[in-house]
Design a protein around this ligand. Structure first.
Ligand SMILES: Nc1ncnc2c1ncn2[C@@H]1O[C@H](COP(=O)(O)OP(=O)(O)OP(=O)(O)O)[C@@H](O)[C@H]1O
Ligand SMILES: [Mg+2]
Length: 153
């Protein structure tokens, strides 16, 4: 299942994240791809918001992994950007497909750690305030994409 729509504002992308939070289960993995500044962290902020996480979510670029345990479900936010060319095992696998929702920015840099199935979200710039967002998934993730497709057109 695949769905593409245009988000016309940061707020709409946050709303998408919030809605996703209600559809995702423990163990689910979300892969966020797209150019620098496309809105990957913005969607993650929406997911955190939807999970009632009150801590500020920002880019974990310098941390690689940020863990939020105080919401309705644990959220693991991975930004693999700095792992480019670095295949070292730093134990990230413990936070993928386990007891939380895992959101991964720049998943291409940790291909060897990714599960077979995930919700794939690609974001590309259209202009200053709008983005093309494509969601793709199979099995349970197809249900998630279907639900989003009904509300984000
Ligand atoms: N429709 C939109 N959806 C999402 N973000 C938008 C939109 N319009 C404008 N923006 C702005 O674009 C920027 C997106 O930044 P964000 O940090 O989410 O990108 P990113 O994909 O995580 O970048 P990086 O690759 O550096 O991690 C924010 O400043 C946000 O306010
Ligand atoms: Mg980011």
């Amino acid at each position: 299942m695949e769905h593409e729509f245009t988000s016309i504002s940061r707020e709409q992308t946050i709303a998408l994240g919030k809605r996703l939070a209600t559809l995702l289960n423990l163990g689910d993995v979300v892969l966020l791809t797209g150019d620098l500044g496309a809105g990957k962290t913005t969607i993650t902020k929406g997911i955190a918001n939807g999970l009632n996480i009150t801590e500020k979510v920002n880019s974990p670029t310098f941390n690689i992994l940020k863990i939020y345990l105080k919401g309705d479900k644990p959220l693991f936010h991975i930004d693999a950007y700095r792992l480019e060319d670095d295949k070292k095992d730093i134990g990230l696998d413990e936070y993928i497909g386990e007891a939380g929702i895992t959101v991964i920015e720049w998943p291409a840099f940790i291909k060897h750690l990714l599960p077979e199935k995930a919700l794939e979200i690609n974001i590309t710039h259209r202009d200053l305030t709008s983005r093309n967002i494509t969601l793709k998934g199979e099995g349970h993730y197809a249900d998630v994409v279907n639900a989003i497709a009904k509300e984000f057109k």
